[in-house]
Design a protein. Structure first.
Lengths: 226, 126
């Protein structure tokens, strides 16, 4: 008797939740067709935050509140975007292990992971640089914004995070190059529109070290300024 | 497929300014920035025309597992314009002064809103 009731409950639950679930997933995906193009929607947040840091530095002479608000938004969106990018990269890594590199022309997307890593590193470095300049805020009683040390600490931490992201970008560059040579040796890749997707991630990786003025943080100069 | 070309050219524009900000690099960056801006406006116009003439393409595109993801290149193209506008045009040439900077700031907020819609919206549709 109770078994039948459980069945009914289960039945009702499935009927109730399934349409909602189907509405969330309008598209159908399969794991072997997954490429790093999945990163595109989440990179937008990271890219927006990198321009936010630059704007905050320029805005500071006119409006301290505006600059700090922009910076706070930048930190929020780079955190959200980077976390999502890490989870998608985990799925992408799993795809590489199970199904190998994406075949044919799709292989040019193998540089895509450089985008979130490089842009986020640039963004974090410029956030650190801005915090060093903006803090302490004049006349603030807040223990965070009014402290003389907080800016320096955030700068130091952001340089470390920037280096961490630079290292990850370099690691993904290695996988990208390995993937390209693997596919190019076996098949011919036609030159298509999708090739433009290689430019942005590599640019992101290359511009990462610039916010921390190279004189201050020489390690970046050694690593990328060739 | 829209705004793909924009993205590529925008990226070139963003790449050039980081050559120690010499006069030549700034000049090249500005030229590519103007070209990028023109292309960006052209592609927006083409996209609007495309979807107003064939509204049914939109729902087909949003259901496509790969094509739909390329919508996100639109806010990225905008950000490269804002970035070069802030660092090169405003920062190094002093172009436009306070009004130009605040215009860029306003555009940045719009871009952040579109980026957030791309991030949450597209993942939701996936």
């Amino acid at each position: 008797m109770s078994c039948k009731r459980y069945f009914h409950t289960l039945h009702a639950t499935v009927l109730f939740y399934l349409p909602g679930f189907l509405r969330i997933t309008k598209q159908s995906h399969s794991h072997h067709q997954m490429t790093s193009v999945w990163l595109l929607p989440v990179i937008t947040l990271i890219v927006a935050s990198s321009a936010g840091g630059e704007l905050a530095l320029a805005l500071h002479p006119y409006s301290v509140t505006g600059a700090l608000t922009t910076l706070a938004f930048s930190i929020f969106i780079v955190s959200a975007g980077l976390t999502l990018a890490f989870t998608i990269l985990t799925v992408y890594f799993y795809r590489l292990v199970l199904h190998g590199f994406p075949p044919d022309g799709n292989i040019v997307s193998s540089f895509m992971p450089l985008g979130p890593m490089g842009q986020a590193g640039f963004s974090v470095l410029i956030i650190g640089q801005s915090m060093k300049e903006f803090l302490p805020v004049q006349g603030s009683s807040s223990p965070f914004l009014g402290s003389a040390q907080v800016g320096e600490v955030i700068f130091a931490v952001s340089v470390c995070i920037g280096f961490f992201l630079w290292a990850l970008a370099t690691m993904w560059l290695g996988y990208g190059l390995l993937g390209i040579q693997h596919i190019v040796r076996r098949t011919q890749i036609p030159f298509k529109l999708s090739f433009w997707g290689m430019i942005f991630p590599n640019v992101s990786c290359g511009r990462l070290p610039y916010p921390a003025s190279p004189g201050d943080v020489a390690i970046y100069r050694v690593c990328t300024q060739s | 497929m829209h705004s793909t070309g924009t993205g590529a050219v925008s990226i070139l524009a963003a790449l050039f300014p980081y050559g120690q900000y010499s006069d030549a690099c700034k000049a090249i960056s500005t030229v590519v920035f103007i070209l990028n801006g023109l292309l960006f406006i052209l592609f927006i116009a083409l996209t609007i025309i495309r979807y107003t003439h064939h509204p049914d393409i939109w729902s087909r595109m949003i259901r496509h597992p790969v094509q739909s993801l390329y919508i996100s290149t639109f806010p990225m193209g905008g950000i490269t314009l804002i970035s070069v506008g802030t660092t090169v045009l405003y920062g190094h040439y002093g172009f436009g002064g306070r009004g130009f900077l605040f215009t860029l700031w306003g555009l940045w907020w719009i871009d952040v809103a579109i980026s957030a819609m791309c991030c949450w919206g597209l993942i939701y549709v996936m």
